[in-house]
Design a protein around this ligand. Structure first.
Ligand SMILES: NC(=O)c1ccc[n+]([C@@H]2O[C@H](COP(=O)([O-])OP(=O)(O)OC[C@H]3O[C@@H](n4cnc5c(N)ncnc54)[C@H](OP(=O)(O)O)[C@@H]3O)[C@@H](O)[C@H]2O)c1
Length: 259
């Protein structure tokens, strides 16, 4: 299917690997020029080369910590008026909520709520003027279903979700959409290091922890970053203009509810 976005431009935040990279790759395959981002220059440059070679689109790597005001300014300087914005970032580490002091909480809320809102503030008016814009926030299944140790991440992302529910309705008539993608368990570096850490903590073999987690997913497997990226690209397509303000779970059936 032609997604109808060839020649458009996208900023894909936190995209040197994992889900962000997969979204960047799928958009590039649809002919979208990219600004990609991460903090590690070597990894980011390598990803930029890989996407350029595979798709032929223009890819600008921007090394920046997204959670800082300076990092955001650097990112936006490379592409001040994107047609598409994919909001992604690292997540706060697993931690018992008793251990979170005020600074840790403010850092988590800044990463997963304030940063995406600030970026949206800076690009949405131009999108509305042009009558085309696609904003996707990568949040988490934890917005709907508690995950032990990720309370800060869940709270900050739920805050972003509620905040954007109102904003999405203010630009729907301008062909600007804002949707949230809620990953369940996807096979990325973050997921793999989570199992490695849990194995160290519990003394259980990693393979046993993985098998247990997979067994709890009705699809009986983790998601692949590629399928996540392709879904994201469709939401950014010309065909998805009537979809806005939604929370779309991609979890192999893990969230056990009819609605
Ligand atoms: N994978 C899953 O199953 C899953 C499930 C639910 C939610 N999520 C959420 O989805 C998001 C992406 O997860 P993932 O699994 O793709 O993680 P990942 O494989 O660890 O990749 C994270 C990416 O973000 C970049 N990054 C992290 N912090 C950044 C910052 N401050 N500024 C700029 N770039 C930054 C990393 O590059 P650098 O380190 O070089 O900066 C890397 O490219 C996270 O917020 C995660 O919590 C993932």
């Amino acid at each position: 299917m032609d997604l109808g976005i060839r020649g458009r431009t996208a900023i894909v935040c936190a995209s040197s690997q994992g889900l962000g990279k997969a979204c960047a790759v799928a958009l590039a395959e649809a002919g979208v020029s990219l600004v990609i981002n991460g903090r590690n220059r070597e990894l980011l440059d390598h990803t930029a080369d890989e996407i350029r070679r595979a798709t032929g689109v223009s890819v600008t790597p921007v090394v920046a910590d997204l959670s800082t005001v300076e990092g955001q300014a650097t990112l936006l300087a490379a592409c001040p008026t994107p047609d598409i914005l994919i909001n992604n970032n690292g997540g706060p580490p697993f931690r018992d909520f008793h251990e979170l002091d005020r600074q840790a909480m403010l850092t988590g809320v800044t990463m997963n709520m304030v940063t995406p809102i600030e970026l949206i503030q800076k690009v949405i008016d131009t999108m509305a003027k042009r009558e085309f814009g696609r904003i996707v926030n990568i949040t988490s299944i934890s917005v709907k279903m508690p995950i032990s140790g990720l309370d800060l991440s869940s709270g900050a992302r739920a805050g972003l979700t509620a905040f954007m529910a109102g904003v999405a309705r203010t630009v729907a008539d301008k062909n600007v959409t804002i949707n949230n993608l809620l990953p369940g368990s996807f096979n990325t570096q973050r997921l793999r290091s989570g199992f490695a850490n849990a194995s160290k903590k519990t003394g259980k073999p990693e393979s046993e922890l993985v098998a247990h987690a997979v067994a709890a997913i009705p699809a009986k497997r983790f998601g692949t970053p590629t399928e996540f990226g392709q879904f994201c690209a469709f939401i950014c397509s010309a065909h998805a203009s009537y979809l806005t303000g939604q929370n779309l779970l991609l979890d192999g059936g893990a969230y056990p509810a009819a609605f």
